[in-house]
Design a protein around this ligand. Structure first.
Ligand code: SF4
Ligand code: SF4
Ligand code: FES
Length: 288
């Protein structure tokens, strides 16, 4: 269920869910649909569109449709082609690897039900790779920059795992509650795909100066709130204070609308913006 920024369900969301439920209920078993896919044979190669006719049963998802196409890669015009390539792992919206743009909206393909998107005979669904990451092949993109940006904010708890260090510091339940939702980030890239401030940067040398993204800002908040993770708090704030940091966010709020885990990204951005301001003032007066 989508929520507004205060965490309450919105009327628009309830209406959308009711409409989706009606579509699912009306979905016809054994229907034939048209699947149109943006294809690309490799990095730097030109893209092209290909369409396929696929028979779908109720409850099938985009991955099962792609599997059918891979097993029989013949276009709607009857031309043999190469099997479509995509990335996936968990098949339960946990790993984030199957993210693609479906009917113009970025989301996970494993949790995308055909009954929602193409419930009727002859319906069409369009699949494209995310546009903010380099395409490796077809629907498979290289999300290395997303993970690089997590390294920029040291998104981990610094512990020496070579010996037993005993129980960690205690946390208050309210703090755990706040951190729990932040910890559900699966590095899927939806927030980056939707963000007008995050654009393709092919030159790795520029990554450290380019906008870091809502996911990394939120993970910095998560680890700065962690009783052991906060040992690196100043270094995370330094990273967010620099070029491409939190001040590059244009507050378009697209990220929070597309996050599949309903992470309050704008709340994280505001919290880290405040923390960066306090940090920079403290540094200016040599208090750090
Ligand atoms: S709020 Fe900031 S991070 Fe989120 S989409 Fe807008 S510019 Fe991007
Ligand atoms: S913050 Fe949300 S949209 Fe962004 S990478 Fe994490 S789970 Fe995906
Ligand atoms: S396959 Fe893991 S999120 Fe879809």
């Amino acid at each position: 269920m989508n929520t507004n920024f205060t965490g309450s369900p919105t009327n628009a969301t309830s209406r959308a869910e009711a409409e989706a439920a009606a579509r699912r209920a009306s979905a016809k078993p054994g229907r034939t649909i048209r699947v149109t896919i943006k294809r690309c044979d490799g990095p730097g190669k030109p893209s092209r569109w290909e369409s396929f006719k696929v028979t779908v049963e109720r409850g099938s998802n985009v991955i099962s449709v792609l599997q059918q196409i891979a097993a029989n890669p013949i276009t709607i015009e009857g031309t043999p082609t190469t099997p479509v390539v995509w990335d996936s792992g968990c098949l339960e919206e946990v790993c984030g690897s199957c993210t693609m743009v479906i009917n113009g909206r970025v989301r996970q393909s494993c949790s995308c039900l055909m009954d929602d998107y193409a419930p009727g005979e002859g319906d069409e669904i369009t699949l494209e790779p995310m546009s903010k990451f380099p395409v490796i092949r077809d629907l498979w993109v290289d999300r290395s920059r997303l993970f690089h940006n997590l390294k920029r904010v040291k998104a981990w708890v610094p512990i020496d795992g070579t010996y037993y260090a005993g129980a960690g510091p205690r946390e208050k339940p309210a703090q755990q509650d706040t951190r729990y939702v932040l910890s559900t980030c699966m590095s899927c890239g939806c927030c980056l795909e939707a963000c007008p401030q995050f654009n393709v940067e092919p030159d790795e040398k520029n990554w450290d100066q380019s906008f870091i993204g809502a996911h990394a800002i939120s993970q910095a908040r998560l680890f700065n709130m962690h009783e052991t993770g906060k040992q690196l708090a100043d270094q995370r704030l330094d990273a967010l204070m620099g070029p491409g940091g939190v001040s590059d966010c244009g507050n378009a709020q697209n990220c929070v609308k597309v996050c599949p885990k309903k992470i309050p990204l704008t709340e994280s951005i505001a919290a880290m913006g405040r923390a960066v301001t306090i940090h920079s003032v403290a540094k200016f007066f040599n208090l750090k």
